[in-house]
Design a protein around this ligand. Sequence first.
Ligand code: GLC
Length: 743
Amino acid sequence: MKSKNILSLVVIFAALAIISSQSLAKDSQIDKKVNDLIAKMTLEEKVGQMAQYTIHGANDIELENQIKPLVKKGGVGSFLGLAGKNTPELRNELQKIAVEQSRLGIPLILGYDVIHGYRTMFPIPLAQSCSWNLDLAQKAAAIAAKEASAAGQDWTFAPMIDIARDPRWGRIAEGFGEDPYLCSLFAAAKVKGFQGDDLKDPSSLAACLKHFAAYGAVQAGREYHTVDISKRTLWETYLPPFKAGVDAGALTLMTAFNEINGIPASGDPYLLNDILRDQWGFEGFVVSDYNSVFQMISHGYAEDAGDSAVKGVTAGCEMFMESKASIEALPQQVKDGKLSEKVIDEAVRRILKIKYRIGLFENPYVDTTLADKVTLTKENIAVARQLARESFVLLKNDGLLPLKKNKIKTIGIIGPLANNKDDMMGTWAGSGDPNDAVTILDGIKQQIAPGTQVLYAKGCDVDSDSTKGFAKAIKVAVVSDVVIMVIGESAELNGEAHSRSNINLPGVQRRLVELVKATGTPIAVVLITGRPLTISWLEENVPAILVAWHPGIQAGPAVADTLFGDFNPSGKLTVTFPRTLGQVPIFYNHKNTGRPANKKDRYTSKYIDVHWTPLYPFGYGLSYTKFDYSNLKLNKKKIKIGDSLIVTADITNTGDVAGEEIVQLYLQDLFASVTRPVRELKGFTKLKLNPGQTKTVSFVITKERLSFYNDKMKYLVEPGDFKVWVAPDSVSGLEGKFTVTAN
Ligand code: GLC
């Protein structure tokens, strides 16, 4: 190797050594400051740092008589839910008491649910995941962080990265779908977006991976229900996104409400110590979910408040969100000898280190003039519009879309979600203002050709039996050249504490569509929803279906852009749409079974009353153009364990409009020490293609992509045959085979 290369290597290594020694030095400086501080703290002050209380909706009397005195005596370390127009000022007021009037001057850390935007409300996370656009998702998180931190927040309780395979569960809307690989990538992107490159940057937010763990596996999709899964399922399906988030540098995690196999997550040392700290090396702190430490009594795992507190902090839960009784019982547990104060010290150490690392001691106050400059800017709104457009999934199109503006004399807009701002915001949009949203009706009005008549009828409510709006809707349909039906779920039907025992279109909406269809006017459905719905009747009866989820403040412009073809839809489903609820749970990366479903053979794994496949599979989504997959090639047919091989294929836009295609890479391990899924997503790329253009995609099949937890739960590659697909979705594509041999 030439001497100059050696020299450059030496320089690089020296630089790395300096950087790491600097960061180690910084850490040891922080360690020293934290240890010195802890040495001065009373037991009550230490427990105060572990306390997080909500301040949401606190009135002036509560503020003056309870909250401020508590801050002054060091009885609280964090608040959540500070909101409203004077948030920055109130934050500084409380912080001033903590820093300048309390005995030790330890700053507060303020947390908020900045889930998919702060004021600029982006599409719900499930929608964002269907864009498969990690960079844009990260950018949206960075914008949310800038807006939220200017408003006085330090910490977001996001990303929510619970894998969800059951659409009955209301919180499927908050996560990034059913696939561990894709959800892991979004977890990392969101952490980087929120936290940025410099934790002390005042425009960043500390991230919080939640809910640790397996909350999406609640039985029957019923909120807060029991989780009983195998260790293998926990590691293969539910943990990977959390590992990715920890590796991306997330500063905190939040425990889940549920138990896992008999142990509530907020008191589970296997989760919080063995996995999170001993195996993954996590150095931040864990906050419980809302009162979930105290709720270990209801679980039947803790005897009383004191026992719940001891079990929580001993297991590795450092901050108790709103578990007031548990927090207040904690000092006595130490005095009674039921808990060593050293355990409290370690919990407080983890909390204080994060407060130091995000700069709260050096810079505890927010610049109250900042919010107006960084909130709802043109750039932020443009990102909201683009992310909404890329999150839409075209489920069906018999050719009706895109609409030709100048060919429409009268367009009918019908449905309870067409002229609606609130529901466009989606679940967990507390800091947003629906007045910032553009309705789908207005979005269409803004873009329709001059002279075209726009007629509107609500038709019915989202979720009531009233049919009094039907007549007007039918009148609109009869005189329209085309009808856009904007139907689905309100935001209220999604999110926490909103599990549904059926996932049909709510209320009388389906009846409304039937009546509009009966007029003979062609219908395009825009489905507004936070979960997959059972819409087989729509699939069979209307020519076009676009799922727009809850698209955020730019709902109207983004939907209009798409309906009129100014944007060609490119989104792909990250959750499976079942044909019937009876199929749930149904997901793409299922096992083959010993009797894989087969039309000809009754005695195979299927139903007698519905086809065993989903209505729309994971990875599926149409475009206004067509993409042809051809020329699959593997550079090797056989590799040794540890070697890689390259898979390539050609993707051609065979249609007459430009478009984007999310090309997916799937693998199947055909034989192993444990059964393996029929397919697993292992990579993807999003291609822009002009009409007639061909691009070659290339994927490297690495050891990491071939690894899995074997029968001994060791993560490794086993020799054997594999199938590989380069595909447009999880059920089709170009198939190849290769073999991995032992070394
Ligand atoms: C809730 C949610 C959690 C949220 C917390 C604070 O109950 O489960 O996701 O971050 O309370 O609002």
